[in-house]
Every structure is written in structure tokens, then in C-alpha cells.
Ligand binder design. Structure first.
Ligand code: GLU
Ligand code: ZN
Length: 469
């Protein structure tokens, strides 16, 4: 049974990089009909917060990266960590180290002076006599000779000499267990078959493998994914868009598009760019994860969001636009149906935030027409055509696109002007600005009552201008 896990520390919220790790773990489990587990690594009580735990759960939920079991919290498992530590102490796989801070500092200083790598020298490893001091840490007795080979699925074979690895602290003097140790106990207890994580953990892996051996457990498969960099080649930061993943929801991105974006950060399938979630699941494989770092391109995210917006079933997009409208305080109760709005606007908007902003005039009246647009387009010369189109709209028995277009076309022919000469003033009149979908569609969406009322107002503006001229 293939079992992967995502193991965030709630010392912060989730960013693109960590969510990508979660996605790869989830996809691989789904691809292989396995299971995906969430483990909250909250042993650092000082820096772990409930808000961050909530942020992690909320983000994964929004993206649909569902786990197959209830999340495991490391803070619930201290007894288990102490149980194993005691066993190791008993069997000589771990030992108490009584070195004081001063002694460790002195050790490091002398190593530094000799130009040696700084590490614990094993001073307490073979202490035979008992010690009364209660102030000790537990260290893992790492093998001294030989080497550990990590057969990484992405990095290939990486060999580490045991003499390079010192005896790691597994339980601190306050009784709290450390990362490298808890991870191994958990990965064994949770029967994790595949560890997929950032390559910043590669150097921890030989230490962890030695502890898997100490537990007599089989070693999982390891895949260390290269990191994602900003377009300028530097470490991904807020400036590049590496913000709390929930910000993307706020900005109106589609979860599927975001997942598509993230799967392409370091994984590819030929030169295909667009993937639905089910395609990702079918096609994803660890062996296709790239060996080199990937680049975060905000433009590509926008592009993918648009592609997904264009292809998704409209009904599935309704909640996304509703969410943005609510966020922006647009009351959807009086106006066209949300489905219809999406159908008309999705070709023009890159995100749902943008869509909500640009369809506001379908739901709300505006007090002022954009001054620049009015000056440019509501000139005396358009008075008659506007009045004509008003009368024609007013006489329509059916408010539908064909009829509306016919009114506009007939007016254009009657005055022998080109389409833009009527279309643009009409747009300014009914939307208050100079950009909207095709004028017929816009008029249809806004609806008869509002169109007539706004058109009348615009005609009054033009009349006033004519009079003062
Ligand atoms: N808690 C670790 C982190 O957030 C997880 C490391 C692992 O996956 O083993 O980096
Ligand atoms: Zn010591």
C-alpha cells in the first residue's frame, strides 16, 4: 500500500512551496490508489499556533487536497516518542549526554581553531559510570563507520559517510523530542511508504535512515523535490507572490488553476501545460519530477487561471464569483443571473476579483459617469442617435440579444455612422465607463429598466452640454 504524508510545521501558514509538496504527495497517493496522510509537526510549542493549524487545514480544504485519515498531531504523541527513546536507551542505541553548554561551546571553539567541522564529539557516548545530574539530553548513537546511501528517486544515489554525522539529540533536556527523531518514529508508525519533501531535507535523510535501521524498520522511498525560485533566480519571497496560499482565494483564483500552476513547478508531462485535476492524477509520476529548480512565473498563473476559467462548467464557477462579489460588497440580488454574467465576462477577466469589479454596474447603479469617458463620448453629436436607440429599446416587446442588436444596427444605418460612434457612447451611458463586453450583450445583461434609466440620464447630460455650447 502506497502511503504518502504531508508534514507541515504550524509555525507559519502555507505558501506556494509547501503546498506544492502537499500536492505532489497527494497526487502520487491518488495516482497509485494509495493514501495521503496529514501530519502536523507541532513539537515546537513556542512557535506553533492554532491559527496556523487552522490556516493549514483551511488551505488544504480549499484546494481539495483531502487526507484519508484524521490529521496526526505530533504533540499528541510524546508518550510514544519517550517510549521508543527509553527502549533505545535500554538497548544502547541512545545515550544520555550531560555536556553543559559551556563544554559544548569549548568543544566547538577548539574544532573551529583546528579547522574541523563543528559537531558533537561523542564525549558521553561511552560513559560507563552513573551520573547524578538530572540535566541531560538523549543522543542517538549514530554508527561511526561505513556510509549511508540515499537512493533518492529524484537526486539519484547520494552517499554520506557516517563519520560526517554526529550523534543527534533526540530528546532535549526539557523532554521535548526533536524533528529528525519524531519524523522517523512517525513515518514508521504511520506506515509511510514514500517520503516526498523539499530538498532542503536531503541532508537530514542519512541520519533518519540510521534511525529507521535502529527501529528495525524498512526505509521508505525518498524523493527530494528541488525548490522553486523567483523569476530573478532568487529565493521565493512575498515579493514574488509567495504569500499565504489563501491570498489566492481572496484574489479570485480557481483552485484547480492554482494546482495546475503548482504541478508544473518542477513536474512536466511532455510540453503539456494545462491539466485538469483528473489528468494530473492520471499522469503524475515521481520519475517525471525535474531535477533542477523551477521558476515561479506570476504571468503563467494568470494565464492558467484564464484557461481554467474558460473551460470549467459555468455552474462550478458561480460560487467563485459570488464569493468575490460578497467580498467587494456587491449585492447580487438585483441584476442578471450569475451564470450569465460569468458566460459573458469570463473571456475578459483574468481572475474572479477582476470579474466582480468589472460587472458591478450590472448589479448596482452608479452616480457619476466616468468624467473622461463622458467628455470624450457624450458629445452633442450623439444626441440624436442616443435618443433614437432609446426609443427603439423602449418599444421592444422582448428584451433579448437579437432584438437589442437590431435596434443598434438600425440606428447606425439610419444616421449612417459607424458602429463605434454609437456603441461607445451607449457603453459609457449604460456602464458609466468605456470598457465592457460587446455592447449588445452588455445592454442585455444590464436589463431594460436600468438601461432606459441610464440612457435617459446620459441624454440629459448631452442635452445640457449642447445647451451650454
Ligand atoms: N515539518 C517538516 C517541514 O515542514 C517536514 C519535513 C518532512 O517532510 O520530513 O519542513
Ligand atoms: Zn556529552
Amino acid at each position: 500500500m502506497i502511503r504518502t504524508r504531508f508534514a507541515p510545521s504550524p509555525t507559519g501558514v502555507l505558501h506556494i512551496g509547501s503546498v506544492r509538496t502537499a500536492l505532489f504527495c497527494w497526487l502520487y497517493a491518488r495516482h497509485a490508489n494509495g493514501q495521503f496522510i496529514l501530519r502536523i509537526e507541532d513539537t515546537d510549542k513556542e512557535r506553533s499556533t492554532q491559527d496556523n493549524v487552522n490556516a493549514i487545514l483551511d488551505s488544504l480544504d480549499w484546494l481539495g487536497l483531502n487526507a484519508d485519515e484524521d490529521p496526526v498531531f505530533q504533540s499528541d504523541r510524546f508518550d510514544r516518542y519517550h517510549e521508543i527513546a527509553d527502549q533505545w536507551l535500554e538497548s544502547g542505541k541512545a545515550y544520555r549526554c550531560y555536556c553543559t553548554k559551556e563544554e559544548l561551546d569549548a568543544m566547538r571553539n577548539s574544532q573551529k581553531q583546528k579547522g574541523e567541522k563543528m559537531r558533537y564529539n561523542g564525549h558521553c557516548r561511552e560513559l560507563s559510570h552513573g551520573h547524578n545530574d538530572k540535566n541531560y539530553v538523549l543522543r542517538f548513537k549514530n554508527p561511526r563507520t561505513g556510509s549511508v546511501v540515499v537512493n533518492d528517486e529524484i537526486k539519484g544515489r547520494v552517499e554520506f559517510k557516517n563519520e560526517e554525522l554526529d550523534d543527534l539529540i533526540i530528546v532535549r533536556s526539557d523532554g521535548s523530542p526533536t524533528y529528525n527523531y519524531t519524523v522517523v518514529v512517525d513515518d514508521v508508525d504511520m506506515k509511510i511508504s514514500h517520503v516526498i519533501r523539499g530538498d532542503d531535507h536531503l541532508n537530514n535523510t542519512p541520519r533518519q535512515i540510521n534511525m529507521f535501521d535502529a527501529l528495525g524498520a524498512s526505509v521508505p522511498s525518498f524523493s527530494h523535490i528541488p525548490m522553486t525560485l523567483g523569476e530573478d533566480g532568487s529565493k521565493l519571497s512575498k515579493r514574488h507572490g509567495a504569500m499565504d496560499i489563501r491570498e489566492y482565494r481572496e484574489q479570485g483564483y480557481i483552485p484547480e488553476a492554482l494546482l495546475n500552476f503548482m504541478v508544473r513547478l518542477g513536474w512536466s508531462h511532455g510540453d503539456k501545460e494545462e491539466f485538469s485535476i483528473s489528468e494530473m492524477i492520471t499522469l503524475f509520476d515521481i520519475k517525471d519530477i525535474n531535477q533542477s529548480a523551477s521558476t515561479f512565473s506570476p504571468d503563467k498563473l494568470i494565464w492558467l487561471n484564464q484557461q481554467h476559467m474558460m473551460k470549467a462548467p459555468i455552474d462550478s464557477l458561480v460560487p467563485l464569483l459570488e464569493y468575490q462579489m460578497e467580498r467587494l460588497g456587491i449585492n447580487g440580488a438585483h441584476g442578471p443571473s450569475i451564470n450569465k454574467v460569468i458566460k459573458v465576462y469570463r473571456e475578459r477577466a483574468e481572475t474572479f476579483e477582476e470579474m466582480a469589479k468589472s460587472c458591478r454596474y450590472c448589479f448596482e447603479d452608479f452616480d457619476e459617469i466616468d468624467e473622461k469617458a463622458a467628455k470624450k463620448h457624450l458629445r452633442p453629436i450623439v444626441l440624436e442617435p442616443l435618443q433614437e436607440v432609446y426609443d427603439r429599446f423602449n418599444a421592444l416587446t422582448e428584451w433579448c440579444l437579437d432584438e437589442i442588436d437590431a435596434c443598434i444596427d438600425e440606428t447606425v444605418s439610419k444616421f449612417d455612422i459607424n458602429m463605434g460612434k454609437l456603441g461607445q457612447p451607449l457603453r459609457v451611458a449604460v456602464t458609466g465607463g468605456s470598457s465592457s463586453p460587446s455592447i449588445g450583450l452588455t445592454v442585455e445583461l444590464i436589463g431594460r429598466d436600468r438601461v432606459l434609466e441610464r440612457l435617459q440620464k446620459a441624454i440629459d447630460v448631452v442635452k445640457k452640454r449642447s445647451g451650454s455650447n
